[in-house]
Write a protein that binds this ligand. Structure first.
Ligand code: PMP
Ligand code: GLN
Length: 385
């Protein structure tokens, strides 16, 4: 039944389906190799799967506490101390959410009011700007450029106004694979000192950092931490993106506001999944081993495309590799991505969709969280182009 009178105005009329859904649909319809949407094609650790089954058998089927299971909050605090040397209070500072996506929604929504400006760095993860706009905020887009894709601190300083309420960072960066280093955090501290500005640090790839680089968390910088929502996701850490389990660490006053929103978005998140992750979280080995695990995948993929005409861009973290195709085609990246699916049976993400002004550097993003066989097949396809 299609009733023409039931046709509400969109609250985001210029926003279509997320690029991740679009490219996965196209890949599936064409039976193409899906290197587009970011998810592993291998399973979570067996012990974690066994734990989940055990907790289902033990009858953990009812609501968890609104802010998260205390035993999981406690273990996140221990992991945070282990990784970053900082103390966080599990009860008043840690909230479990339905993926990082919900944490981002709740953090932005609890802070932003109509007229507030929010600085984001393009290419920006696709959920930031729409959520800002739903709260009546105004995204202020600052561009990062290849090959290093880093924020320009002078541009940030110049972009701040009395209405700037929030700045959103993402390190390690999706889709660019860049990291914020100590100098970056020092620059940020100097720029926002004395200003009434909040921060979000999207750190979902915190355990996927390469070479002798280290992930620095915003939690390690006291002047920043006191005004920051630091967000992560077990989807990345445990190869379980479909479990949708994320969390936010923020000072008590910010956490209190975040939970006001969270309680009416999901109220709480999956009880058996929280128990299973709590069982595994003190096995530090898993996330301590992740950088090497993914560095080998990155290098495997790079090796597989060495003989191709694609140019490999730097990647210091995340599970995404950018490839520049400007030696092969002049087509816009969205068209070229469609062409790759239709003519070569491989799907990637065009980067221009993450720039508010559609800047097109002729670069595509490939997810290398894949079995080595998949990476080899991708390499064969790309080398034949
Ligand atoms: N932020 C970034 C930068 C991401 O790449 C993703 C998803 N890959 C998310 C947030 C959302 O994470 P989740 O799947 O846990 O909601
Ligand atoms: N974050 C994942 C990516 O970058 C996808 C998340 C999603 O599908 N919404 O590919």
């Amino acid at each position: 039944m299609n009733n023409p009178n039931i046709n509400p105005d969109s609250k985001l009329p210029d926003v279509g389906l997320s690029i991740f859904a679009v490219m996965s649909q196209k890949a599936s319809a064409a039976n193409a190799l899906n290197m587009a949407q970011g998810f592993p094609d291998f399973s979570p650790p067996q012990a974690l799967q066994d734990s989940l089954k055990a907790h289902i058998d033990q009858g953990h089927h009812q609501y968890a506490p609104m802010s998260g299971l205390p035993r999981l909050q406690q273990k996140i605090a221990v992991k945070t101390k282990h990784c970053y040397g900082v103390d966080v209070d599990p009860v008043s500072e840690i909230t479990l959410t339905a993926g990082a996506t919900e944490a981002l929604f709740a953090a932005i929504t609890c802070i932003i009011r109509p007229g507030d400006e929010v600085v984001i760095f393009d290419p920006a993860y696709d959920s930031y700007a729409p959520v800002i706009r739903l709260s009546g905020g105004q995204p202020v887009h600052l561009a990062m450029r290849p090959p290093d894709y880093k924020p320009d601190w002078n541009t940030l300083r110049a972009a701040l106004t009395p209405r700037t309420r929030l700045i959103i960072f993402n390190t390690p960066h999706n889709p660019c694979g860049s990291l914020l280093n100590r100098q970056d955090f020092a620059a940020l501290e100097a720029i926002i000192a004395g200003r009434d500005i909040y921060l979000i640090s999207d750190e979902v790839y915190e355990h996927i950092v390469f070479g002798n680089q280290q992930h620095l968390s915003m939690l390690q910088f006291p002047d920043l931490r006191q005004r920051a929502f630091v967000i992560s996701s077990f989807g990345k850490t445990y190869h379980a993106t479909g479990w949708k389990m994320g969390y936010c660490i923020a000072p008590p006053a910010l956490t209190q506001q975040l939970r006001i929103i969270h309680q009416f978005v999901t109220f709480c998140v999956s009880t058996p999944v929280q128990h299973a992750i709590a069982d595994q979280l003190d096995q530090h080995q898993h996330y301590d081993d992740l950088p090497l695990f993914y560095e080998q995948k990155r290098d495997h993929f790079r090796q597989a495309v060495t003989a191709s005409r694609f140019k490999v861009l730097p990647c210091d973290g995340s599970y995404f590799q950018l490839l520049d195709y400007s030696a092969i085609s002049d087509a816009p990246d969205t068209e070229y991505a469609d062409q790759l699916i239709a003519e070569h049976g491989i799907a990637a993400i065009p980067i221009s969709v993450f720039y508010a002004d559609g800047t097109d550097h002729k670069v595509l993003r490939f997810c290398f969280a894949k079995d080595n066989d998949t990476l080899d097949r991708a390499g064969e396809i790309l080398c034949a182009i």
